[in-house]
Ligand binder design. Structure first.
Ligand code: HEM
Length: 124
């Protein structure tokens, strides 16, 4: 279980860094899909796959570990869903409304910060 928890933490940190990279790419690439299309796609995939894996490992750790009576993993799960939905919207808006895409990316980061604090403090 320790190894799975480690995999969970590792993938979640990669997802967090990828989300920051996503926001950075939206900001500095200014939604120029023609020029940065490949880069956007790669960062987006890393962000979605790593957070997705983190969610799967998190669920396994919760169900088979001692955390089933805690509430924080389920808040994490909701946070993860919100993060992924915002990511998909941010990508959709990239070219048409880059400002909004950036706002979605910023909220993604905020959601992950809240979830990270919850995961590390395990308050309830
Ligand atoms: C992207 C969202 C998530 C992030 C950023 C995240 C991050 C983390 C991190 C960094 C830890 C290690 C904390 C420590 O070192 O004490 C952790 C632990 C944990 N996470 Fe998550 N997590 C996320 C989503 C989830 C989900 C969806 C679940 C389950 C449904 C979950 C369940 C757990 C559990 C049970 C632990 C405690 C494991 C242990 O310390 O042995 N997490 N999480």
């Amino acid at each position: 279980m320790g190894f799975l928890a480690l995999l969970h933490s590792l993938t979640s940190y990669i997802g967090f860094l990828a989300t920051i990279a996503w926001a950075g790419a939206v900001l500095f690439g200014a939604g120029d899909v023609a020029r940065f299309g490949g880069l956007y796609k790669r960062i987006y995939l890393v962000m979605m796959i790593s957070t997705g894996l983190s969610g799967v490992f998190g669920l396994i750790v919760t169900i088979f570990g001692p955390w089933l009576t805690y509430v924080f993993p389920w808040i994490g799960l909701v946070g993860l869903g919100v993060h992924n939905m915002l990511g998909a919207r941010s990508r959709k808006m990239l070219a048409a409304d880059t400002g909004r895409a950036l706002i979605f990316a910023a909220i993604q980061i905020a959601v992950l910060v809240v979830v990270l604090v919850l995961m590390i403090c395990k308050p309830f």
